[in-house]
Design a protein around this ligand. Structure first.
Ligand SMILES: C[S@@+](CC[C@H](N)C(=O)[O-])C[C@H]1O[C@@H](n2cnc3c(N)ncnc32)[C@H](O)[C@@H]1O
Length: 212
């Protein structure tokens, strides 16, 4: 069941990510190398046109996008976005970055060709609502590209994930047993590509909003 959270919970999560912004890239470099493989490149090379990256964090994907896309990134945490701004400036890319909440994206309906979200639906309190918002801002025929850690296909690992969540959910809102693809199907997305690896812990998906 998604947890409905009040403004004080959003503020608490914002503070959590602000505080972790400085160590984030170092921790993520380890996970990218050991667990997530080429998932950032896999996602970004499928992006086209006007791209919205939801929960863009420190902008770790920015360098992996094709040169001809325009990128808008939103994140709850201003401190994470400061890192993303520095990264965008050094890469020479024009990127629009703004503070925003994935539960209520401040964009008109059907305003993007591609929506990207990597390793963040595990951290957004109501992942189903975030997927509904991604659907809303995608034009019919547009693509949703996701990569995330999800519930494992291995029973012992699932037990470990369950134990981890006892600590990680209250501390930083980090979930280990989600499966965003279920919400994509319920929402009406057509799944075009799906890959799952590292004991089923990592899943990446390319899906299309029908129509257009
Ligand atoms: C694990 S980091 C992932 C960052 C980035 N997507 C990446 O691949 O490295 C999770 C990010 O989700 C953001 N976040 C959490 N809840 C959010 C929300 N409701 N709306 C927007 N961003 C949110 C956090 O601020 C943080 O930057």
């Amino acid at each position: 069941m998604p947890v409905t959270r009040g403004p004080e919970d959003v503020e608490r999560l914002r503070r959590y990510w602000d505080e972790h912004s400085r160590s984030y890239d170092r921790q993520m470099a380890f996970l990218d190398r050991r667990l997530f493989g080429d998932s950032r490149q896999w996602v970004c090379r499928r992006a086209s046109g006007h791209v919205l990256e939801v929960a863009v964090g420190t902008g770790l994907n920015l360098d992996s996008y094709p040169g001809d896309v325009t990128i808008t990134g939103v994140d709850l945490s201003p401190a994470m976005l400061e890192h993303a701004e520095r990264r965008a400036a050094t890469s020479g890319r024009e990127v629009t970055l703004q503070v925003g909440d994935a539960h209520r994206l401040e964009f008109p309906d059907a305003s993007f060709d591609t929506v990207v979200c990597t390793f963040a639906l595990c951290a957004i309190p109501d992942d189903r609502r975030a997927v509904a918002e991604m659907w809303r801002v995608l034009r019919p025929g547009g693509r949703l590209l996701l990569a995330d850690h999800v519930v494992s296909t291995s029973a012992p690992v699932r037990l470990l994930q369950r134990l981890l969540e006892v600590v990680t959910i209250p501390v930083g809102g980090e979930n280990f047993r989600r499966r965003p693809i279920i919400h994509l199907r319920t929402q009406g997305f057509e799944i075009e590509e799906q890959e799952r690896f590292t004991l089923g812990i990592v899943e990446r998906v390319a899906a299309r909003r029908p129509g257009g």
